[in-house]
Design a protein around this ligand. Structure first.
Ligand SMILES: Nc1nc2c(ncn2[C@@H]2O[C@H](COP(=O)(O)OP(=O)(O)OP(=O)(O)O)[C@@H](O)[C@H]2O)c(=O)[nH]1
Length: 239
């Protein structure tokens, strides 16, 4: 009988998206993954910024990978568009990277920083992390949204800051688990090596499942309707 929960073993790299609100630590999470796993896996990184290549420059300056394995996509539009509505620019960047450095094991794709609504299309990534931080407030996890509830892993970052911003990290994790119907939640700080190891283990496990054909990409769901106002007075909306 055909088993619909598995697919053939994968020939190409695992494409792993990292999304989340501005400043929660997406670039830092990617830097951490690269530093700890670069000797185990062949890695590449694609960053998304609206007008700059700042995130790519940060990762290059940190020396987390050889510079040519870190490439920037300047989306020129709201971050949702490039990771969800029309993923062409990103898909081309990922495919170029995979071709130039074949065979790659994992390509990390960082979304531009946005609000709680941005998620990757499963046409672009195979799995996705959504990153919140404790500095954004303990109640954020309760607010839900497609990334919080539907990403393959929810990261609650900067837990070392909990005491300074009066956030009960354990409660925030419990709230997040509830919002995700028990889906995985990782409390992370780059200053707590045990949490970094858990992040690496999650990536290892995801890669193993994916490479063996046992991972089916899940769409966390569409963003909520919203609109953007631009400097020139022009607005656009996503319904
Ligand atoms: N205390 C603490 N600070 C952290 C941690 N991770 C990241 N930061 C800091 O948080 C700030 C934002 O981190 P980034 O990695 O640039 O965040 P980002 O989500 O990529 O930001 P944008 O790309 O601008 O949306 C930086 O000053 C980091 O040094 C952490 O675990 N603990």
């Amino acid at each position: 009988m055909h088993d619909e929960t598995t697919t053939a073993p994968q020939a190409r790299a695992l494409r792993l998206g990292v999304a989340g609100p501005v400043g929660t630590g997406k670039s830092s999470v990617i830097a951490t993954i690269c530093r700890h796993l670069r000797d185990e896996f062949a890695l590449g990184v694609i960053t998304n910024d609206i007008y700059t290549d700042e995130d790519a420059r940060f990762l290059k300056s940190e020396g987390v990978l050889p510079e040519e394995r870190i490439r920037a996509v300047e989306t020129g539009s709201c971050p949702h568009t490039a990771i969800r509505d029309d993923v062409t620019m990103n898909l081309m960047a990922v495919e170029d990277m995979e071709r130039d450095f074949a065979p790659l094991d994992i390509v990390l794709v960082e979304s531009g920083g946005d609000n709680l609504t941005a998620t990757f299309s499963p046409a672009l990534v195979d799995a996705q992390l959504f990153v919140l931080d404790v500095a954004g407030g303990g109640d954020v996890a309760r607010k839900g949204g497609p990334g919080i509830s539907g990403a393959d892993l929810l990261v609650i970052n900067k837990i070392d800051l909990g005491p300074y911003v009066d956030v009960d990290v354990e409660q925030m994790v419990t709230d997040a688990e509830k919002a995700r119907d028990g889906g995985p939640v990782l409390a992370l700080s780059r200053k707590h090596p045990d949490t970094v190891e858990k992040l690496c283990d999650w990536v290892r496990e995801m890669h193993k499942t994916y490479a063996g054909g046992g991972h089916i990409p899940v769409d966390p769901g569409p963003m909520a309707p919203h609109h953007h106002a631009h400097d020139d007075g022009h607005t656009h909306s996503h319904e």
